[in-house]
Design a protein around this ligand. Structure first.
Ligand code: ATP
Length: 257
């Protein structure tokens, strides 16, 4: 854990003329797990979209392993080794599980390696092997999340970005998904950038955390110490977090209402 795999400086981006990121800087060391926290509308999703090329970069730089990737189209950013598991999964609903998984491998030419990795994904998620011919439309939220993560892994990314992987999942499944992410990071050395409102899970996974508010990074630090800071404790853990969880938008996004 020493060289920055991802380095963002003074990034500004948004929708039309409306800014969502206002001078955001962030560093993700190679082999580390980094969490980005913040309330609804803070700019977390926009940050991942700007990194993956789905949002334009108006100002600032985005570097992957020292190479400037800002302004590249999403498929080119993906070829540089960035995989993005978007909020809400965004699977192809009418395609089978297997075709959804293989859609993550469009840039790969090595057929034998691809077959091995597909088998590896089925070993990791045995239920997907049983469901390989089923349309994504008919999967549960947890199964869809497994497909979305499998689709990202089959691209053999250097950086895996996940936007609210806990969204709409039961507490048991959330724990399973975070255990998987921890294993991918700690055992396989996969670098992770995770946006998550499930603050406790995210801080338990991450080495480093950032806090966003109104399109800006307002705080950063060691994840374990971060959890002990008053602002994070008051606003995002314990009773403060329950206030966020109690909001209608938060509960609707999780499919609770
Ligand atoms: P959440 O946890 O609710 O997903 P977030 O921290 O991911 O919130 P973003 O979704 O990145 O926040 O939103 C940042 C800002 O950009 C907000 O002001 C939001 O209203 C705005 N925004 C997000 N998506 C769009 C869009 N498609 N068009 C216009 N504005 C948008």
């Amino acid at each position: 854990m020493s060289k920055p795999l991802l380095r963002i400086d003074a990034l500004e981006s948004g929708y039309g003329a409306s800014p969502a990121l206002r001078g955001v800087s962030l560093t993700v060391e190679s082999g580390s797990a980094v969490a980005v926290l913040g309330a609804n509308g803070a700019g977390k999703t926009s940050l991942l979209k700007a990194i993956s090329g789905a949002l334009p970069c108006w100002h600032g730089t985005v570097r992957l392993a020292g190479r400037d990737i800002h302004g590249l189209a999403p498929h080119r950013v993906a070829r540089h080794g960035v995989a993005h598991v978007p909020e809400g999964r965004e699977l192809f609903p009418l395609l089978s599980v297997e075709d959804n998984l293989l859609s993550g491998a469009y840039a790969r030419a090595d057929r034998p390696g691809l077959k091995r990795d597909l088998d590896g994904i089925y070993q990791r998620f045995p239920i997907l092997s049983d469901l390989r011919r089923r349309a994504a439309l008919h999967l549960s939220g947890g199964e869809q999340q497994m497909v979305a993560i499998g689709r990202a892994l089959i691209a053999r990314p250097r950086l895996l970005m996940l936007d609210e992987p806990s969204l709409g999942l039961s507490p048991a499944l959330v724990a399973d998904i975070f255990a998987l992410l921890k294993e991918l990071n700690r055992r396989q050395g996969l670098t992770l950038l995770v946006v998550e409102q499930h603050t406790q899970m995210a801080l338990d996974l991450a080495h480093k955390a950032y806090l966003m508010d109104a399109g800006r990074m307002v705080s950063e630090g060691d994840a374990k110490r971060f959890a002990e800071t008053r602002e994070v404790r008051d606003r995002y853990l314990g009773s403060g977090r329950q206030a966020i969880q109690g909001s209608t938008r938060w509960r609707r996004k999780r499919g609770w209402i």
